[in-house]
Design a protein around this ligand. Structure first.
Ligand code: FES
Ligand SMILES: [Fe+2]
Length: 441
């Protein structure tokens, strides 16, 4: 029986710290594109011609071809939304600073002082375990003159800024600033680290820059229970491998993050573009369920002998399943020994995306030949197949011949239809439209 959402919200505030009011909204109301696109209006629809520099507003609705609530009649979002760096600037505020992103696993921050960092758009953040408050999340920016405080992951007794050594406690309060005690009108409480929201779902830690953000259970009801239903030995899985965490020199895909998500949230391409994957999964059993801000694809049947890798009928995982949590989180498992991948599809900028996260396995599990075969298939065949698809799409979106396509869906919303992509486009456009409507903070 599924167990519920495991929420741990670090929001109580330290005794010595008053929560600072965050000013997230540098961009307000209408947005202006400079030197990007030319607008031509016709029949109340707006088409953006690429490459012609003018100074105009970015439209997030009323496109050349309509997007509608019904995927069967809706066109896809227009190509300028994948190409324009100004759109990504708005996405940082309207989407990335208001949504939940995977940062790591509870086992990464088991001891007091353990920390993890993450970059979300323009915001650097970290989570850290405090003696009395438990898991806390803060902006990773010094309150003195804005230097980054922590890098990567590790353990600290206190947080010491590398620039002028302002020192913060693990509860975010300012502990020491040289000359601070000798200055008039210097109140350390004014310089506590601003908090972010933190939640834990099945041991997975998510952060949200918005301190007032609704919880994951509110935004994506059913998501946590669904994972519990389908992931064998979920509570026993531990991170055993890290992928390109938090930028750095991570290998990236040359595609807008939305191209990468589009590709993840459909299996319309699986038969043709991933023949071996479509041979592992019994595609007749494939289902794709979309819900509020999350979706799940599942192949409930699979073939132990297939053209990708072999596995045993005794292995813990006999299904393939792929969860999506808006906007960046992919969580998936494939047949074989107990496994889970939790990977964020994180933009580096408007045309580069990196998968960052972890592979999970049973603690202490010894990997055999089948596990090696599976890893080779995933890393050397499946991953490169999707990378080539996404990078080709990114190039195609630049073409003067292309603006909007169609979502291909059947009435039954079969597992290989594209209703998941439609849901994603609706979520993106709802977020961006708030900017257009002047609702940005
Ligand atoms: S910027 Fe951190 S101490 Fe100066
Ligand atoms: Fe794919």
């Amino acid at each position: 029986m599924p167990i519920g959402f495991h929420g741990l919200v670090a929001s109580s505030g330290s005794a010595s710290c008053k929560l600072m009011t965050l000013r997230m909204g540098k961009l307000q109301g209408q947005f202006v594109v400079e030197n990007c696109h030319q607008l031509t209006a016709g029949h109340n629809r707006i088409r953006i011609a690429k490459g012609d520099p003018v100074n105009q507003k970015i439209p997030f609705s009323n496109f050349e071809k309509p997007l509608s609530d019904d995927p069967a009649s809706s066109y896809t979002m227009p190509s300028h939304l994948y190409l324009d760096p100004s759109v990504y600037e708005i996405e940082k505020r309207q989407i990335f600073a208001k949504t939940w992103h995977y940062i790591g696993h509870e086992s990464h921050v088991a001891d007091v002082g353990d920390y993890l960092t993450l970059t979300i758009g323009d915001d650097r953040v970290f989570v850290i375990r405090d003696q009395s408050r438990g898991l806390c999340g803060f902006h990773n920016v010094c309150r003195h003159r804005a230097h980054q405080l922590l890098e990567g992951a590790g353990n600290v007794r206190s947080i010491v800024c590398p620039y002028h050594a302002w020192t913060y406690k693990t509860d975010g309060s300012l502990h020491h600033a040289r000359f601070g005690g000798e200055m008039a009108n210097f109140n350390p409480e004014e310089f506590c680290l601003p908090e972010i929201s933190v939640e834990v779902v099945h041991g997975l830690i998510f952060v949200n820059v918005d301190i007032n953000a609704p919880g994951i259970a509110t935004l994506a009801p059913g998501f946590a229970d669904d994972m519990q239903t389908y992931i064998p030995k979920l509570s026993q899985l531990k991170p055993v491998e890290q992928f390109a965490f938090d930028g750095g020199d991570a290998p990236y895909w040359s595609a807008n993050w939305k191209v990468v998500v589009d590709n993840y949230v459909e299996c319309y391409h699986c038969h043709h573009a991933h023949p071996a994957l479509a041979n592992i999964m019994v595609m007749n059993s494939y289902e794709h369920t979309v819900a509020d801000q999350w979706a799940r694809q599942i192949s409930t049947q699979s073939r132990q002998n297939n053209s990708a890798y072999t596995f045993s009928e005794n292995d813990d995982v006999q299904i393939a399943a792929y969860w999506y949590l808006f906007p960046t989180t992919s969580i998936w498992l494939v047949p074989g020994s107990a496994n889970l991948f939790v990977l964020a599809m994180m933009p580096i900028d408007h045309e580069r995306t990196v998968f960052s996260g972890h592979r999970f396995a049973l603690e202490g599990a010894v990997e055999g030949d089948e596990d090696v075969q599976r890893a080779v298939y995933l890393n050397e065949i499946l991953g490169p197949e999707d990378q080539r698809l996404c990078e080709s799409v990114q190039q195609g979106l630049r073409s003067s011949s292309y603006n909007q396509g169609r979502f291909m869906v059947d009435p039954a919303r079969s597992g290989t239809a594209e209703h998941g992509v439609h849901q994603f486009h609706r979520l993106v456009l709802e977020s961006l439209a708030k900017a257009e409507d002047g609702q940005a903070r």
